[in-house]
Design a protein around this ligand. Sequence first.
Ligand code: NA7
Length: 544
Amino acid sequence: MVSEIEQQQDPSLTKVDAVVVGAGFAGLYMLHLLRDKLGLKAAVFEAADDVGGTWYWNRYPGARCDIPSHHYSYSFSKQLQQDWVWTEKYSDQAEILKYLEYVAERFDLKRDIQFKTQVVSAHFDDECQRWIVANKDGKRYSAKYFIPAVGTLSSANIPKFKGHGSFKGDTYFTGKWPIGGVDFKGKKVAIIGTGATAIQVIPVVAEDAEHLTVFQRTPNYAAPLQNEAMTEEEDRKLKASYDQLREDSWNSFAGVPFPKLKATALADTEEQRKAHFEDLWQEGGFSLWIGSYQDILYDKAANETAADFVRSKIRQRVNDPKIADMLCPPKGQTYGTKRQPCETGYFEAYNRDNVSLVDIKKAPIVEITPEGLRTSDASYAFDCLIYATGYDAFTGSLYKMDIKGRNGMPLQTYWSYGPRTFLGLAANGFPNMFTITGPQSPSVLFNMPLGIEIHCEWIADCIDYMNSHNLTTIEPERSREDEWLAETKEIADATLLPEATSWYMGANIPGKPRVFMVYLGGGKHYKDIIDGVAAKGYAGFKFT
Ligand code: NA7
């Protein structure tokens, strides 16, 4: 606990036990554990004016979760699970945000969260062995523990096109959508990007806009979400079996069970394969991607069977064969090595008269103009421009905070060849700093709320261990980072995923090192590893 004497030593610093940055799923649960389980004084800083994190900012039309609602929620409180009512199989942004607001109220979390507060630096002070965290408002905090809970997809990627900023119409970013929404009625709208986000936006904006022009660089293998309203009966059934449902999730690869998963696509006949794919296509969400055949993410021939299946579906749904050709990922572009977007009426949007598709791989965007944009072969004019161009994933938000470890080492410099961590939780030279669902953990390839719980509970237990053993700092041995780096790489290299130009690889950001940033060993295996490390007195970590 923070002592009165410490507090009085430097009155310009507010002393707390822990600083947590972010009030999304991760920050809220971390605060709950630190304050209500461990009895510590934690300060949470959040740039937005309310809780929600990613779900606060991403209010774009069509924003929705691709993991079923009953899974995409906290499991730590059985009563909370029973009390909250999800109204759709896959919740939309507004409902998830309401849920997080409800959680914050129910556990009385807001009183320890400072909203509209941006962290501008977090430096480890070698002398006092504490983190000094400075906020934009000039206030400074001294904390024993520094816990960035900033989300993996929260720093927008805005391409630096020539003429950027010259557009005279309205510009929107999906990751920072205006509260209250945007009325596109009677407007000519353009959207850059056809990733998971754009695929949610396009069919909704197409309904309203006078005209929507989609600028596509790479077509995507999207599969239907198959969302529907949650019936009371289904809600009751799911809630009655919540213990089993969670148990199955903890024991699964991705934090959501996919019980129809088979080992190899090539062992089935073509008819069997098609029937299996069709069944999972109808089931929706990530079923085809994660729940069909294991080897589609390992073996190119197996992968091609799934790719062919999705292409055939796109052709069935798009009326104009030329547009269908443009929307079909070409042979050689592997299926599912980039995150599979889930869609609702995406392909049908291109059957509308008011939607057009422009191939910017063939004719790239040359510049943004006051009227719209110019590609290498035409100019386009519109009233509104939407950037759905993705995120500087995993590291973007961490680097924005100017984090410096021992001897003033910037995190960005330490990770200049790509992130290096032990267990995806901590880095050598950055004592008492823990990343939640950060690089080299199962992170975005595991059901986020459950992955967050795994990390928050591990971190809370570690802090409890340190405090009860009177330890000042903890950080991993560098050699253990090397081993974890090698293990993460080896597991990823056995799959087809590192070949894709995906944000998993940092390949969407010019100049970013290309390394696979997710631990692909599966959630169950990962949890066993980190629990094993804790059980052995945090083997691989050193203490002072
Ligand atoms: P993604 O999946 O990174 O998609 C971004 C899209 O923007 C994608 O179509 C990109 O084309 C396109 N893009 C990015 N930069 C450019 C430039 N410079 N020129 C043209 N087009 C560009 O981000 P999302 O937001 O859709 O999804 C991210 C995750 O958020 C999602 O998986 C969920 O987990 C939530 P490219 O494919 O690079 O050719």
